[in-house]
Design a protein around this ligand. Structure first.
Ligand SMILES: O=C(O)c1ccc(O)c(O)c1
Ligand SMILES: [Mg+2]
Length: 598
């Protein structure tokens, strides 16, 4: 199927938008009128540019407030249309979108609407143009797709069809089953957008919160199935008005957009993508740092031992139980210092995992960094984190472990079982993209996103997991593109006894994040504890939560660069990540930062 994107979905200049659309692999564009008006190029230049790029101009839009108006007003509308049809001739665009009128002059008269749209279509047909009539969800008299279709059907004009827009249909709770009543050849265009489920005015919702399919709460795939069943063979076109995308770079947004369409096409059985290869565990987490000492002290106090070093690079492997942390001092570090730069994911078939990632437009990384290294499949996530697909201990496949030479220290077993989860802070404008990436590319399940209050803003967090919970990644983001050093990345380590692990850490010289006494007073009000239990938590800074399944106890180390560790005891099948405690933890980290001046 052909794919298209409305220029309004991307930031920047019209020419920049066209370049981004082509680079992401779109076949066509909808040119939004405002983008054309603001463009210094002539329509002929734009046409030539699209032709050079191999982009079709699938739609020109929108034409507003045309139908069901007094005759004198309609005459003025036809005059306006004549101008626009001439412009479209120069552009080489053959379909125009007319959205249902919001004008106070419009009357509630379907026969009049049909008659005037028919006269508009007469004029359009003279220029070889087709008119696609779309119901805006907030249209004055026409606000549902079935109503728009009835008017088009009444007009019965060959140059007049309907434009279906998933946002307008699904935001109003209309049942897309009725699409089956529309002949496919009368659906002149299909626009797709998703949106988070919000209770708000539909116009504001549409203009600010649309997102790409798979990033919101609508069943866009179900609607597309309905449309394809009619025989519709036009493009799948994304039309997204979104405050965040307007501020993000057009290039990555266009890639995110295309990836969302590929996943959607797969869902409706129209994209032959390699099957997802769901990761089965975390092989390692790799920290990049300018100075290994603070991390070495922290890992040592946590009970890790340095078991191996890379044969060709300054990278050390620290191990405890099934938790493996690489400390890399050989990579150029960014201004923010120590960071979580790479994650090794155990994969049943690393090469197949990489093929799917590539098909879904993930940047594929070189398989070898140095000639003597083992070749490893790896791709970059939207935030730049390198994801390695690993086959640890499987002799038939390349193993990352063979690049490491053992020291004479054996792995410790001092209370840490493995990695419970990783928390990766996303750049502000890549949060929805990150969730779609981890779901679509890696085949992980995305949980609902939760809001967490930070003292200086609101943070969102969304977990992606594999079926048995052995891969858990919490994607987090601040509410604004501000300093995100406090919204740091972290590695949560699983233990069966967090009190013992916290004590050992402290006795070994580690310092735990101090939690205010008020928090524990509140805990005492909410839950019942055994004698002395709460005092222990208060002493160690252990936070506590419960859900329907079990209990969660957790505490935090200090932060090095952007990275800190969490000790986690997850009992009885507790499913969350202690979100209820996150505001207290974030505030405590702000306090600790103010005290250390770092
Ligand atoms: O928000 C609008 O005005 C608008 C314009 C054109 C569209 O196709 C649409 O879905 C919405
Ligand atoms: Mg639309």
């Amino acid at each position: 199927m052909r794919t298209s994107i409305a220029t309004v979905s991307l930031s920047g200049s019209l020419t920049g938008k066209l370049d981004a659309a082509v680079r992401a692999g779109f076949d066509g564009v909808e040119i939004f009128e405002n983008d054309l008006l603001a463009c210094p190029l002539t329509p002929e230049d734009i046409r030539a540019r699209c032709a050079d790029l191999g982009l079709r101009i699938d739609l020109y839009q929108p034409m507003r407030d045309i139908e069901a108006v007094p005759e004198a007003e309609f005459a003025r509308n036809l005059r306006r249309a004549r101008h626009k049809f001439e412009l479209m001739r120069r552009l080489g665009a053959d379909t125009v979108l007319v959205c249902s009128s919001v004008s106070p002059q419009a009357v509630d008269d379907d026969a009049l609407a049909a008659e005037q749209l028919s006269r508009l279509a007469d004029l359009a047909a003279e220029s070889g143009i087709r008119v696609a009539y779309e119901a805006l969800a907030w249209g004055r008299h026409v606000s549902t797709y079935d109503h728009a279709w009835r008017i088009v059907e009444t007009a019965g004009h060959p140059a007049l069809g309907t434009c279906l827009d998933s946002f307008h249909i699904l935001s109003r709770g209309s049942d897309p089953k009725g699409i089956a009543d529309i002949p496919g050849e009368k659906i002149f265009f299909l626009q797709l957008a998703d949106a988070p489920l919000l209770a708000m005015d539909v116009l504001q919702w549409s203009r600010h919160y649309r997102c790409f399919p798979g990033q919101g709460g609508f069943d866009v795939a179900g609607l597309v199935r309905q449309v394809l069943a009619t025989g519709y063979d036009g493009p799948l076109s994304l039309e997204v008005f979104n405050d965040v995308f307007r501020q993000a770079d057009a290039g990555p947004t266009a890639v995110d957009a295309r990836r969302s369409l590929l996943v959607l096409q797969e869902t409706v059985g129209r994209a032959p993508l390699p099957d997802p290869v769901v990761p089965t565990g975390v092989a390692f987490a790799e920290l990049v740092t300018p100075d290994a000492e603070p991390l070495a002290a922290l890992l040592g106090a946590l009970g890790f031992t340095r078991t191996a070093r890379h044969h060709g690079k300054p990278v050390a492997l620290w191990e405890q139980g099934d938790a493996r942390v690489l400390v890399n001092t050989g990579t150029a570090v960014r201004r923010d210092g120590t960071r979580l730069a790479a994650v090794g994911l155990e994969s049943p078939d690393p090469a197949a995992a990489a093929r799917r990632a590539e098909a879904l437009l993930a940047p594929v990384l070189p398989r070898r960094r140095a000639p003597q290294d083992v070749p490893l499949d790896a791709v970059a996530a939207p935030d730049g984190t390198e994801l390695f697909f690993c086959a640890t201990g499987r002799p038939e496949l390349p193993d990352w472990r063979t690049d490491f030479e053992n020291t004479d220290v054996s792995p410790a077993q001092d209370g840490i079982r493995g990695i419970d989860h990783l928390a990766l802070t996303q750049p502000w404008h890549h949060f929805d993209e990150a969730a779609l990436f981890h779901r679509g590319v890696l085949g992980l399940h995305a949980q609902e996103s939760v809001d967490v209050a930070d003292p200086y803003g609101l943070m969102r967090s969304r977990a992606v997991t594999n079926p048995d919970g052995s891969v858990r990644i919490a994607l987090t983001v601040g509410a604004a593109p501000t300093d995100d050093t406090v919204h740091a990345q972290h590695i949560a380590l699983a233990t069966d006894d967090v009190v013992a692990a916290a004590r050992r850490f402290r006795e070994a010289g580690g310092s735990l994040l101090a939690v205010p006494a008020n928090y524990f007073d509140d805990l005492a009000a909410r839950f019942e504890f055994a004698d002395g239990e709460l005092e222990t938590y208060r002493d160690l800074g252990i936070l506590y939560d419960r859900d329907d399944h079990g209990v969660f106890r957790h505490c935090y180390t200090r932060t090095v660069g952007r990275v800190f560790f969490e000790l986690v005891q997850r009992d009885g099948g507790y499913r969350g990540y202690g979100a209820a405690n996150a505001p207290v933890r974030l505030a405590a980290q702000h306090t600790a930062r103010a005290l250390t001046g770092g």
